[in-house]
Write a protein that binds this ligand. Structure first.
Ligand code: COA
Length: 676
């Protein structure tokens, strides 16, 4: 038989090699036609008495299987259809598990979600050992939980403790890490994969068993105890009202465990089916596709930098340089003061240690990062990034020099967070060469990078810059060069509005709690303290050059008193000597949603102004920017999506009421509410 998405080759030892190569798709994902073909293959092989074993592998250049096809998540017409698709998958994987001969999943590259569940139904799993190979069940990131047997097979394979650690966080493991906890039976180097797979099929080593202690956990009382602790731990990170899926997984485990397989599978399908229809799932799926859209922007150019030159070894410059070196690029780091370069190298080493683990990889990354006090690297670099002080005069001098030395096709970029490109580039002979590549702090954590287009920036240079940002595994967001670009422009009025609330006597703790309850990773007052009140003030003052900004006197006073936030152990909050925030009094008795409404509306108002002014192409990209640049509640799908779902007119009316209630001024005005 021939198949559209699968290829079967039987070797001279009667081992069937099943290669998955999904037709017309860049990566392997599982959808109904693929699963139906797979079921037929299992039927065909299962009844063939000659077959001694089977190896399932990818026929693609990269990756094993990226999971279920996420596109289908929004397309189930009702709950029954959702559950039916899940049950169908469960049946297919049960059939795989029941084959009369050993099966091996040969995993090279990503093996995620449904792909991992398929591998779990095989007798053995052999993984390529490096960290390029990623195994895991990241369904929580999409607001669901595994639904094709994963929540049952994984605890039964590696024990409930390790299984929940993976399923509740969605984190993934390298081949080596997977072998260490028994998720893979072996981790080998790539050239040995086929040999290892064959060994397992022919020699049939004993299957791994979980420890007695772990098997004891699967009884009613132990499950209740573990469930209690798991819930407590998850609650520290996630609100069940916002992220129900991890709590649902714990409930399932507590109530039915994983010994009675059919009961556990039925419950898994039912609860996963329900989660498909939650707002959280629909919005997180939206975020996945927004992320893909940003990734896809990079495909327009095949530019690859081999050498990056960073000017300025302060926190931003040093961290940008370290990140580029981590991603495999040669970097020269220029700063007149060797002290800053030394500090940057020290931080870089720590980053390499935490990300790369293996000594030879750490050393190689460190060797790629070259101190360059004299700035000799400028003339050979493919990308030059300036990250010096926010001073127009100094930046202009720097760019006049850079332009005279740089290769004709090098990207010349500024990491300015505030100075318009068209002011900096006036000293350049070819102002169209200047582009903004604006990173967020901390560089290693923040996925977003704004790629800023000045009025004169050349389109090809912009495109190459976007590709460069993807090359270093960040998400590029094209924005127009205007004050604050997109993220700071929207974030700053929100922070100032929060400070205004403090001025009006609202307890800081209540303000922070309100926004955390809304779904922000951190409250605005804590955020201001963390960013640094001096930084907030200078960004606000800068924006104030272009818009009527009312900077609260409280903010100015704190900066004047040198209470700059966390870094000085005092800002709006006080901090102990370990940097831990000291709780402040909170006697707020009104609903926290009132505070959240006002602050979110302030943010929305600025977001709409950015859309009207064309700072960003559309509302989807704006949402992506705020989610990946500030952590705006991902389960709400971004500010514009929130406005769309909540009804703009209603929100606008509420905002008007708040406006009248508070005398606060605003940066931009929205003329009228528009339905979008
Ligand atoms: N469903 C549907 N499409 C998927 C997919 C999935 N599970 N995983 C990847 N894709 C698509 C992407 O949309 C993209 O499509 P495009 O080229 O048309 O834009 C393409 O595959 C390549 O993915 P991309 O993310 O650009 O490649 P990458 O190499 O940067 O990352 C993965 C690959 C697999 C690590 C990443 O795509 C990913 O994390 N996918 C989701 C995995 C997941 O959550 N699985 C569980 C589902 S329940």
């Amino acid at each position: 038989m021939t198949y559209q998405n699968w290829r079967i080759e039987t070797d001279n030892e009667n081992i069937a090699w099943i290669f998955f190569d999904k037709a017309n798709a860049p990566v392997n994902t599982l959808d109904r036609p693929v699963m139906e073909e797979f079921a037929n293959i299992l039927q065909e092989l299962g009844t063939n008495k000659n077959i001694k074993g089977a190896v399932i592998a990818s026929g693609k250049k990269t990756g094993f299987i990226a999971g279920a096809d996420i596109e289908q998540f929004g397309k189930f017409k009702d709950l029954n259809e959702g559950i039916m698709v899940l049950k169908l998958g469960q049946e297919v994987f049960n059939r795989l598990e029941a084959l009369p001969f050993p099966t091996v999943a040969m995993i090279d590259g990503f093996c995620l979600g449904g792909g991992m569940e398929l591998a779990l139904a095989c007798t053995y799993r052999i993984a390529e050992e490096s960290s390029k190979t990623r195994l895991g069940l990241p369904e929580v990131m999409l607001g669901i939980h595994p639904g094709w047997g994963g929540t049952v097979r994984l605890p039964n394979l590696i024990g409930a403790t390790a299984a929940f650690d993976l399923m509740l966080t969605g984190r993934t493991l390298s081949g080596k890490q997977a072998a260490k906890i028994g998720l893979a039976d072996a981790a080998v180097r790539k050239p040995l994969l086929m040999q290892a797979a064959k060994f397992y099929v022919t020699q049939k080593p004993a299957k791994r068993k979980i420890s007695t202690l772990q098997s004891l956990l699967n009884n009613k009382v132990s499950r209740q105890i573990l469930a209690y602790f798991l819930r407590k731990k998850v609650r520290e990170k996630a609100n069940p009202a916002h992220y129900p899926s991890p709590f649902q997984m714990i409930d399932n485990w507590e109530h039915v465990g994983t010994s009675d397989l059919q009961v556990a599978y039925d419950r898994e399908a039912k609860t996963c089916g329900r989660l498909f229809f939650s707002d959280t799932c629909q919005n997180l799926v939206r975020v996945f596709f927004l992320q893909n859209r940003m990734k896809a922007l990079a495909k327009e150019s095949n530019f690859k930098a081999e050498h990056v030159h960073v000017i300025g070894a302060g926190t931003m410059g040093g961290d940008i340089a370290a990140w580029c070196a981590l991603r495999g690029i040669k970097v020269t780091l220029e700063d007149l003061d060797p002290k800053f370069v030394a500090q940057a190298l020290k931080r870089a080493y720590k980053l390499f240690q935490s990300k790369l683990k293996e000594p030879h990889l750490i050393q190689a990354a460190y060797d790629r990062l070259v101190p360059d006090v004299k700035g000799l690297g400028v003339k050979n670099a493919d990308v030059i990034i300036e990250a010096i002080v926010e001073n127009l005069d100094i930046k202009q001098k720097t760019f006049a020099r850079v332009e005279s030395l740089a290769k004709p096709d090098a990207i010349i970029a500024t990491n300015t967070s505030s100075i318009p490109l068209d002011e900096i580039n006036t000293v350049m002979k070819n102002p169209e060469r200047l582009v903004g590549i604006h990173f967020f702090n901390p560089v290693a954590k923040m996925m977003l990078v704004e790629v800023v287009k000045g009025n004169k920036t050349d389109a090809t240079i912009l495109q190459k810059s976007i590709s460069f940002v993807r090359q270093i595994d960040r998400l590029p967001l094209p924005v127009k060069s205007s004050p604050g670009f997109l993220v700071n422009r929207i974030l700053m009025p929100y922070l100032l509005e929060a400070v205004d609330l403090v001025k009006e006597g609202v307890p800081m703790q209540a303000i922070d709690d309100a926004m955390k309850e809304f779904g922000m990773p951190m409250g605005p007052i804590t955020l201001a303290d963390t960013v640094g009140l001096d930084v907030c003030l200078s960004v606000a003052e800068h924006l104030g050059k272009y818009f009527p900004v009312n900077i609260p006197s409280e903010l100015k006073a704190k900066v004047a008193e040198k209470k700059l936030g966390k870094k000085t152990n005092a800002g709006f909050y006080k901090y102990d000597k370990n940097g831990k925030q000291i709780k402040s009094p909170n006697n707020y008795s009104k609903p926290l949603s009132q505070i959240a409404d006002r602050l979110v509306l302030r943010m929305l108002q600025e977001a709409f102004a950015c859309l009207e002014e064309g700072v960003i192409e559309d509302g989807d990209l704006l949402d992506a920017g705020m989610i990946f640049g500030t952590g705006f509640a991902p389960f709400r799908g971004g500010p514009i999506n929130y406005a769309r779902v909540s009804g703009v007119a209603g929100l606008y009316a509420k905002w008007k009421v708040h406006q009248q209630a508070s005398a606060s001024q605003t940066i931009s005005s929205v003329s009228e509410a528009k339905e979008i």
